[in-house]
Structure formats: structure tokens, C-alpha cells
Write a protein that binds this ligand. Sequence first.
Ligand code: HGY
Ligand code: MN
Ligand code: MN
Length: 395
Amino acid sequence: MAVDHTRFLTDLHTLRSFGASGVGKGVIRPAYSKADIAARQWLAARMAEAGLTPHVDPVGNLFGLADGPSLLMGSHSDSQPEGGWLDGALGVIAALEIARSSDRPISVVSFQDEEGRFGVTTGSAVWSGGLSLEQADVLIDGSGVTFGSARAEMAKKSQGFVDPVRFSGFIEMHIEQGPALDAAGEQIGVVTDIVGIRDMVITFQGQQNHAGTTPMHLRRDAFQALSLFNTRLNDRFRNVVMPQTVWTIGRVDVHPNASSIVPGRVRFSMQWRDGDPERLVRMEDIIRATAQQIAEEQGVTLTYGPMLGLEPVSMDPVLRGALESGAQAIAPGRWRNMPSGALHDATNVSRLMPVAMLFVPSIDGISHDFAEDTAEEDLVAGLRVLDRAVHSLEE
Ligand code: HGY
Ligand code: MN
Ligand code: MN
């Protein structure tokens, strides 16, 4: 039975309605939020209608299980605090449509907390053994909620962890979240490998004081320490990084965040990504050495939160080959092999089985923003490539 493009697009738009932000097609659907839980309940019902057995594990990963051995397909349905409607959702709905229309057994998954409200791709990291439940349960979100308390409700209804032995491999379709395909006017990206990542929280603790009466030379201003750290780090990275290396200070909590108080404390996220594991280690050494030097110079104390990380992974050649032949059939001259600068659940799943990924373009390369979007014909082209690839794997 052929894939049903209309049913696929209709389900994508229905999923978008859970946590719709009201700004463009954006969504606000963080892990374990009411919108996320409602979306998973709807997904479970759609899985059951497709003849799959819905199964929720102790961290909220939602599987739609085919009977017996099957190929696993899917992604995640939680979003960033300001998320796009397709990030993760596309892979889940595309998997559901393939499962509904394929005559081979396909299981579907929506992993939980891929967007790292608590960690880094937390749900699939726990399922794949990359992170223990004990380690995950003490992770906290930006407002101090623990992973353990957030998942407690779902855990009560859990049917335990799914044994990965039933799956022959994992294929994830995702938006590119970068500019390459859109800029080149291409439709399909077959992923070669996914970068590695490190993510940690750093705190500088200085001295809170009066902004009017504290002379500059007597201050131990935690924000000044962060500002110097950032400038010096950018300078020191110059001889270590490559054009595709990225590093981000995305979240900064200044305390007490008041215009007439010298900041006594800054707590900030420090994240870096690269395709070379050794470069990730080098960058960590530079980060720690620079933070230590700034702390000594500025008379502030330095503390680190837990560092989470994933190593770079290469895609499975057989599954990737099936995607390449599908791309050649559906989008001849409009597809390419490319690395992924974004992280995906496929990285964790690669610990358990062969994995591969397929990209469709992001308009203007925008993602992790309400404006994220992809042309409908590109969404459908990606679905058709997946369908071809699954059929070619049967033979
Ligand atoms: O950050 C990432 O790469 C993913 O979109 N969570
Ligand atoms: Mn994603
Ligand atoms: Mn994302």
C-alpha cells in the first residue's frame, strides 16, 4: 500500500496543535509538559489505530510496537522552549505513515526529552544505556525540577523498558536545521555522521554588593568574570577549532539580576560540538584552564555542574545505502551526503543497532525557533525516499 501524503501531512499538523505557540507554526511542548503528555496520548492512539501496540517506558519514551522482529523508525515529539513544528515531530509522523502503509513490520518511537530540558537527548540516552536511571533522575531543569519528579507520573503507567533485540535497525528522518540544502536548492540529505557534543554548567561566585558605593577595583563581579572568560576563550579557540566547530553559552543566570547590585553569581551553560573526539577533549582542557585563570584573576570561585556528552557517530553503510538509492530515485540531482551538526536520538540508538538518518531542508536554515519550516513538497519527498528505502531493505 502506498504512503498516504494527505494523512501524513494532516497528522503533522494535528501534532503541531499540541502546544501551538500562536506564533507562526511554532510549538511550546517541553518534555513532560501538559502539551507533551497530551501529544503522546494522541500519538499512542494513532499507533494503536495503525495496528501497533503502544508501550510507554519508565522515562516516557513512547513506542508503537509491531509484532515480532521489526525495523524501528521515529524521532522525538518534545520541543525546545521555543520550538519548531517539525523538529522531531517530522520523524515520528513519517515513521507512523511508513508503518501504516508498509507490508513489512515497522515499529515507531517518540523518544522523550531529546531537547534536553534535563540533560542531552535524555530519554534515548537512558534507553540505550548511555545514562543510568539514577544519574538521570538527579538532573534538574532551569527551574530546579528534577528529572525523577517530572517523569514520576509517566513512570507509574510504564510497562518497563523495551528490549532492543527485537529491532533490526533504526532510521530517523529529521529537518536539517541548517542552511546547506535550502541554499543549494536541494531536497534531500543522507547523513554520513553526527557530531559529538559536550554540555556542562559553570558557576562563578564573586561578591554581591552595592552598584553605587563599591569602587571598581574592589569588586568581585561575577558577570565581569564571565565576560572576560568568553572573550579569552574565543581567542584561545582560534588555533584549535575548524570552520564547522561550534560552541555556545546559551543560558546565563545572573544573580540577583538587579540593575543596582553588583552580580555576585553567574551560572551559565557551556556547550561545544565537533566531529573529532580529540578536538572535543582539547576544547574541554582549554575551557577548564581559562575558567580557572579568570577565577584567580578576578577573585571569584569556580564550580562545575555535571558534564554530559556524546561521541561523534557514523551512520550504518547498509541503511545509508538504502537511503541513497531512495534519494537518487526520488530526487535525482537534488540530494547530497552530509554530516549532521545537530544532535539526534540516532546517536544513542547506535549503541544498540545500525542507524541511519535522512534530512529534508529547513527554509533559510532556521530551527529551534517558531519560524522553523519546510516546503510541503520537500516533506513529501522525504517520506517517499523513506518508503523506497524501507522497500529496498526488504529485498
Ligand atoms: O541541540 C540539538 O542538536 C538537538 O536539536 N536537540
Ligand atoms: Mn530534533
Ligand atoms: Mn532540536
